[in-house]
Design a protein around this ligand. Structure first.
Ligand SMILES: Nc1ncnc2c1ncn2[C@@H]1O[C@H](COP(=O)(O)OP(=O)(O)O)[C@@H](O)[C@H]1O
Ligand SMILES: [Mg+2]
Length: 390
């Protein structure tokens, strides 16, 4: 088939042609939006799961549905080189600039002035003015330097402005396991205050399977958040991820071809997109056949090995690779850190820094204390295929 019209999209955060199998969380989010618009509260959403299952595209879908209702929306990624303060501040500039106008109401003017002070708290040189004279407005003061205080003031004033505009405020945070403890505590405390006082704000967090534990350790009332485990796609839903995008282009898949790719990918969205893409490119007839899928699966595996897995492997130092090799003996199940130390013949404490670096690099995570696991499915098998000393 023509690669130009290939509808599959393997890649972190890439919007799939058909976002399948997430009806429940999407419905829940829609309900939450409507609740907030009608003056009720909704608990923060927490989307957690391995890499490649589709958390970011779901979070972006949440963002779009809030934007469609003209909400004030900020989506940020934690740990991408900026503090939460700066990332959120910068993400809010464009939506606030869109709202700013000479006829702005009292609460919007106040929120703008508070946003200007928040900006000044992390960037003295680049002031905002929104083209309005804010001298007479109340607000400001989100620049004490104490994150929780400043962020609370900002979100509170923005939520009041959103109410004045008959909309809401949505704060979406990806890779939330990478927030630092102070940032986590601040967000949880603010979400708690928002729920108690009916602020017009909705939060959504996405991150690795360790995120629920990380949140619970930050604040006990994080227990009440709305947790949604994002997993591989199963059965007909996984098939739809392949057949729906093709059908929109007038292309059909043979059932046997679909079955092979669903099986090869184990239903992981990233792998479905990769194998779907390679199968499409391998197909020469009017229909996608079993043979096309066999070629596509082989090409897809090679592409994952040289890209998706290889990029992760190459990010690890030699010592870290040895650690990963010891983990791979347990396949994708997760390993006890104590047991790995035994395998490598040294005391567990000496591996602390290696473990911390691997977590910081996003290659592994701690499902619970004393346990370590790969963040992507299939990593263990890939490692076992790597010759020693490579
Ligand atoms: N529900 C879905 N249906 C079809 N494809 C999906 C779905 N969710 C994610 N994908 C695809 O899977 C890949 C990984 O998605 P992403 O959101 O980056 O995962 P994560 O953030 O969990 O690592 C992307 O190529 C995306 O297009
Ligand atoms: Mg992601």
């Amino acid at each position: 088939m023509d690669p130009v019209s290939n509808p599959y999209s393997p890649g972190a955060g890439r919007k799939p042609a058909a976002l399948v199998g997430r009806d429940q969380p999407r419905r829940d989010w829609q309900i939450a939006i409507e609740r907030v618009e009608s003056g009720r509260t909704a608990q923060p959403f927490v989307l957690y799961g391995l890499r490649g299952v589709g958390k970011t595209v779901l979070l972006s879908d949440f963002r779009r549905s809030a934007s469609e209702r003209d909400w004030l929306v900020a989506q940020v990624e934690a740990g991408a080189g900026k503090s939460l303060r700066e990332a959120l501040g910068e993400a809010l500039h464009a939506p606030l600039a869109d709202l700013a106008r000479p006829s702005a109401g009292r609460r919007l003017l106040k929120a703008l002035k508070t946003a200007v002070s928040f900006k000044a708290s992390y960037d003295q040189s680049g002031t905002w003015n929104f083209g309005l004279d804010l001298d007479g407005a109340s607000g400001g003061g989100a620049d004490t330097g104490v994150l929780e205080t400043d962020l609370r003031k900002l979100i509170h004033d923005l939520a009041l402005a959103a109410e004045e505009e008959s909309v809401g405020l949505a704060i979406l945070i990806d890779e939330a396991q990478d927030l630092n403890p102070a940032e986590l505590v601040a967000l949880c405390a603010i979400a708690h205050a928002a729920a108690q006082d009916d602020w017009r704000v909705l939060f959504a967090f996405a991150g690795l399977p360790s995120l629920p534990r990380v949140l619970a350790e930050a604040k006990s009332y994080a227990e009440r958040f709305n947790y949604e485990k994002i997993e591989e796609l199963r059965g007909t839903v996984a098939s739809e991820a392949l057949t729906k995008p093709a059908r929109e282009d007038g292309v059909e898949w043979d059932d046997s071809a679909v079955a092979l790719i669903v099986d090869e990918s184990a239903g992981y969205p990233y792998f479905l997109q990769q194998f779907g893409q390679d199968t499409w490119n391998a197909a020469t007839g009017v229909k996608i056949t079993f043979d096309d899928a066999r070629v596509g699966a082989a090409n897809g595996r090679a592409a994952l090995d040289s890209g998706f897995f290889r990029a992760r492997w190459d990010r690890a130092t030699r010592a870290e690779q040895n650690y990963l090799r010891a983990m791979a003996e347990d396949d994708d199940k997760g390993s006890s850190s104590g047991e790995i130390a035994v395998r490598l013949g040294r005391g567990p404490a000496s591996f602390g820094p290696i473990r911390a670096n691997l977590i910081a690099k996003g290659l592994v995570y701690a499902p619970e204390h004393g346990v370590i696991a790969f963040t992507v499915p299939g990593m263990a098998a890939f490692i076992k295929r790597q010759p020693n000393g490579s």
